[in-house]
Design a binder for this molecule. Structure first.
Ligand SMILES: *[C@@H]1O[C@H](CO)[C@@H](O)[C@H](O)[C@H]1NC(C)=O
Ligand SMILES: *[C@@H]1O[C@H](CO)[C@@H](O)[C@H](O)[C@H]1NC(C)=O
Ligand SMILES: *[C@@H]1O[C@H](CO)[C@@H](O)[C@H](O)[C@H]1NC(C)=O
Length: 297
């Protein structure tokens, strides 16, 4: 009987004299913000009004601290078992919180003083970004959450002197982080299609080039094949066909054929060759025609 009582007494020793108050508050996502959930961060509503009803606290709102516990899987029950420890802030350092063979699966990070989150009415606002410190390495830094996890969160009121937990909120609902799609599965279908498209585009380009070459050769043979036998080159003949050595000014009252001075020295563009044989010749004023002939010779 005595032994049993002693055992019972020893069993009860680790239980703290003062229990931790659980307030009627539950952290939640701030829905009004973009990127409220990413692959490794979450934006929570601030812990306003949560701890304001507590009385007989050893600290004032200017010294009481508010901390946050992010936890995954077994981390919720592990924290609840550890929370009365006087070394709770350093029991599960962030860098090793989610690694190793049996991780604690939670960590603690400081949010601010209680006075930073006054109970304002009618609508308390603001937010706290969990994971804002990124890939950090100090014990209580606000580091990235484990990718692919569904963490839960809890705010704590911590005594500023001996760093023990005075009060806590309820656990939030577990919040599933966004997951990245495997780049391999994303790229597959598209890579196959684009490969086929490259082949088709190449074949079409080659076919178009061959067709264009064929057309050029045919054009050259048809248009200039006869004329260019003895004298000029194919290109020269083609270019020559675009030149306008002489034309009639139909809009004038007393029209006269105009000789382009640029071609005057080429013998083949004579008045007789280029003027229309019938009407145009008869319509020409003989005086001006004579003048032109004089200029040319
Ligand atoms: C604080 O007290 C008020 C009224 O006394 C109550 O309406 C409110 O829900 C309480 N807040 C918490 C977090 O317990
Ligand atoms: C969410 O954050 C914005 C920006 O700080 C704030 O205005 C709004 O009141 C917050 N919403 C909640 C529900 O806390
Ligand atoms: C921490 O200190 C406060 C007073 O500042 C005291 O009330 C409380 O019991 C202490 N907690 C522990 C675990 O020593």
């Amino acid at each position: 009987m005595e032994v049993y009582l002693v055992l019972c007494f020893i069993c009860m020793l680790p239980i703290p004299a003062k229990s931790i108050t659980t307030v009627d508050c539950k952290p939640a996502i701030n829905e009004s913000l973009a990127a409220k959930i990413t692959i490794n961060t979450v934006i929570l509503q601030q812990p306003r009004c949560c701890f304001d009803n507590l009385t007989n606290l050893p600290c004032t709102s200017n010294t009481c601290e508010i901390w946050l516990v992010p936890a995954v899987d077994t981390g919720l029950s592990t924290f609840d078992a550890n929370k009365a420890s006087s070394a709770i802030l350093s029991l599960s350092p962030y860098p090793t919180a989610f690694t190793g063979s049996s991780p604690a699966n939670y960590f603690l990070t400081k949010v601010g003083l209680q006075s930073d989150f006054p109970c304002v009415s009618p609508s308390p606002g603001g937010y706290f970004r969990v994971g804002a410190d990124g890939a950090c390495s100090t014990t209580n830094c606000n580091g990235f959450l484990p990718q692919g996890s569904s963490p839960s969160f809890k705010y704590l009121l911590v005594d500023s002197v001996n760093k023990t937990v005075l009060a806590e909120t309820k656990w939030s609902d577990s919040i599933a982080l966004y997951t990245l799609k495997d780049p391999g599965t994303l790229g597959d279908g598209f890579a196959g299609r684009s490969g086929a498209m490259v082949v088709i585009t190449t074949l079409l380009s080659v076919a178009a080039a061959v067709l264009l070459l064929f057309l050029i050769v045919v054009l050259a043979l048809c248009c200039c094949g006869g004329k260019s036998k003895g004298s000029g080159s194919v290109v020269g003949s083609v270019m020559g066909s675009f030149r306008i050595p002489r034309y009639d000014t139909h809009h004038l009252k007393d029209p006269a054929p105009y000789d382009n001075p640029a071609y005057e020295k080429e013998r083949k563009y004579t008045t007789q060759d280029t003027l229309p044989k019938t009407k145009a010749t008869s319509a020409v004023n003989p005086v001006t025609q004579d003048t032109i002939k004089l200029q040319k010779i």
